[in-house]
Design a protein around this ligand. Structure first.
Ligand code: G3P
Length: 480
C-alpha cells in the first residue's frame, strides 16, 4: 500500500467505528457538476458480521450507562453537528443535490431533534399495576413495568434527508440503550458518515454505533436477516420496505415508505393560502419528499382559479443548482428523471393538459403542472418523487374522498376549506396517518407522530413514538 492509499484508508477508518476495513471502495460524485466528493467502503458480509458482533457486544454495556449520561452524549452530538454545520450542509447539498439553505436547515433541525430526543428519553418512566379480581386473580400482586432496549437497531436511511432521517433513528435508539448498525443509502452516505463522525467525537463508547456501507446486492439481505438484529427502522421506497418486511419475519419493524398525498380543495377554500401551500408542499426539494403533495383533488367550481394561482407560483420558482440555492434542482439520478418524464408523457398522451413546465435538461425536470388528469393516467396513482403535480377535478367532497382512498398509499392528506367542522368530518374518512387542515403535508415538527398506513408504512415515528418503538415492556411481579 502506498502512502496516499494509506492516508485515504485512515480517513475512511475514522468514519467507521468498526476496526474492519473494506478493501473495495465506491466513489461518490455530486448530483450536479460531477464533482468527486469522496468514497465509501464496499463492505463484505464478513466485515458486516464483525460490525454486527461488536454492536451486539457493546450494547450490553451501553444499556447499563445511566440515561442522563446517554443524554449527555446526545447533547454533545448535537453540539458537534452544529460546530460542523457548514461542512455537513455543503456535503448534503452536493451529495443529494439539495439547495444549500435547505441543507443548512436540515442540520439545525437534526440538532433540535437530537436534543429533544435526549430530553424525552430521560423521562421514559415505567408503570405500576395492582392485581385485580380476574378469574383466579388476586389483589395480592403488584406488577412493576419498566422499559427495556430491544438490543441492536438496524437503521436504514434514504438519500433525501441523509442526516435528519438517519438521526431520527439513531438518536432514539441510543437514548434507550440500544446499539445501532447504521446503513445509509449509497448516495447520501458521505453525509451520513459525517454525521456519525460527529457522534464519534463525543464520549459515546467505542463500538456502540457501527456504520456499514456497501452494495445492497452484497450486504442488504445479510443485514436484514442477521440474527443479531433486534429491530429494523427503515425509510425508503415501498417495494424495498415490503421486501424487508417479508425477510424480517418476527423482527419488529418501523417502515416509512412512499406516499401519494392529496391536497383536497373545497369550493370555499382560501385559494391564495391553498396555492401557496400546494406549491411549497409539492415542489420543495424538487418533490423528492415522501410527504410532498403529489396530487390536487379540487372541486370543479374553483379549479380554474386555483390552477391559475398555482401556475403563477410555480413560474416564480427558481431553477438551477444547489449552490445557487435554487428551488428546483436536478433529480438524484437519471433513472428518477426518466420515470418522472414517463409519467408526464403518459398523462399528456391520454389527454391531460399541460399548464406549465415539461422541459428537461439531463436530470433537471422543470416544475410541471398538468390539469385534467384522470384516473386512467399513471400520474393519478404513481409517486413521481419529482417536480410534477397533477390536478384532478372532482364533482364533490365524496368523490374527493373516494379518489384519495383509492390510492395504495396512506401517508398524509391536506384539506383546504374555511369550514373546520366539514374538514374534521372528511378527515375522519381519509385512510391516512395524518390530516393537515389548511396547510401542506409534512412530517415535521419532528416530535409529532408520523404514521404511514396501507403501503405507506408500518408503525409510528416521531421522537416519543420512536423511543417507544425501540423499547419494550419488562414486567416484574411482586407477590405478597
Ligand atoms: O421525505 C422526507 C420527509 O420526512 C421530510 O420531512 O417535514 O419536510 O415532510 P418534512
Amino acid at each position: 500500500m502506498n502512502e496516499q492509499e494509506n492516508t485515504t484508508e485512515k480517513k475512511v477508518s475514522s468514519l467507521q467505528s468498526t476496526t474492519v476495513l473494506a478493501k473495495n471502495k465506491k466513489e461518490i460524485y455530486s448530483v450536479t457538476g460531477n464533482e468527486l466528493l469522496g468514497s465509501i467502503p464496499l463492505m463484505t458480509k464478513k466485515e458486516v458480521e464483525a460490525a454486527m458482533n461488536e454492536a451486539s457486544l457493546q450494547q450490553k454495556t451501553w444499556a447499563k450507562v445511566e440515561v442522563y449520561k446517554r443524554a449527555q452524549v446526545l447533547h454533545a452530538w448535537a453540539d458537534e453537528l452544529l460546530k460542523n454545520k457548514e461542512e455537513l450542509a455543503v456535503t448534503i447539498s452536493k451529495e443529494v443535490g439539495k439547495g444549500i439553505s435547505s441543507a443548512q436547515k436540515e442540520v439545525d433541525r437534526t440538532a433540535d431533534l437530537i436534543r429533544y430526543t435526549a430530553e424525552e428519553g430521560v423521562r421514559l418512566h415505567g408503570d405500576m399495576m395492582k392485581g385485580d379480581a380476574f378469574p383466579g386473580g388476586t389483589t395480592d400482586k403488584i406488577a412493576m413495568i419498566g422499559r427495556e432496549p430491544l438490543g441492536v437497531v438496524l437503521a436504514i436511511s434514504p438519500f433525501n434527508y441523509p442526516v435528519n432521517l438517519a438521526a431520527s433513528k439513531v438518536a432514539p435508539a441510543l437514548i434507550t440503550g440500544n446499539a445501532v448498525v447504521f446503513k445509509p443509502a449509497t448516495q447520501g452516505s458521505l453525509s451520513g458518515l459525517l454525521m456519525i463522525k460527529a457522534l464519534l467525537n463525543t464520549n459515546l463508547p467505542k463500538g456502540v454505533v457501527q456504520a456499514v456501507t456497501g452494495k445492497g446486492s452484497e450486504i442488504g439481505d445479510f443485514l436484514v436477516t442477521h440474527p443479531k438484529v433486534n429491530m429494523i427502522s427503515f425509510t425508503g421506497g415501498t417495494a424495498t420496505g415490503q421486501a424487508i418486511a417479508e425477510k424480517a419475519k418476527m423482527i419488529p419493524l418501523v417502515l416509512e415508505l412512499g406516499g401519494k398525498d392529496p391536497a383536497i380543495v373545497l369550493e370555499d377554500a382560501d385559494l391564495d393560502l391553498t396555492a401557496k401551500n400546494i406549491v411549497g408542499g409539492a415542489f420543495s426539494y424538487s418533490g423528492q419528499r415522501c410527504t410532498a403533495i403529489k396530487r390536487v383533488l379540487v372541486q370543479e367550481e374553483v379549479a380554474d382559479a386555483l390552477t391559475l394561482k398555482i401556475k403563477e407560483q410555480i413560474e416564480a420558482l427558481s431553477i438551477g443548482t444547489p449552490e445557487e440555492d435554487a428551488d428546483i434542482t436536478a433529480l438524484i439520478d437519471e433513472q428518477s428523471a426518466d420515470f418522472v418524464q414517463s409519467l408526464i408523457d403518459d398523462a399528456l398522451s391520454k389527454g391531460a393538459s399541460l399548464v406549465t413546465g415539461n422541459k428537461r435538461e439531463e436530470n433537471l425536470i422543470y416544475p410541471t403542472l398538468l390539469d385534467h388528469v384522470t384516473a386512467d393516467m399513471d400520474l393519478a396513482w404513481e409517486e413521481p418523487f419529482g417536480p410534477v403535480l397533477p390536478i384532478i377535478r372532482v364533482k364533490n367532497e365524496t368523490e374527493a374522498v373516494e379518489l384519495a382512498n383509492a390510492s395504495e398509499y396512506g401517508l398524509q392528506a391536506s384539506i383546504f376549506t374555511k369550514n373546520v367542522e366539514k374538514a374534521m368530518k372528511l378527515g375522519a374518512e381519509l385512510e391516512v396517518g395524518s390530516v393537515q387542515l389548511n396547510a401542506k403535508t409534512e412530517r415535521g415538527p419532528d416530535h409529532f407522530p408520523f404514521i404511514g398506513v396501507k403501503n405507506s408504512g408500518l408503525g409510528v415515528q416521531g421522537v416519543r413514538r420512536s423511543i417507544e418503538s425501540m423499547t419494550r415492556d419488562k414486567v416484574f411481579v411482586l407477590n405478597f
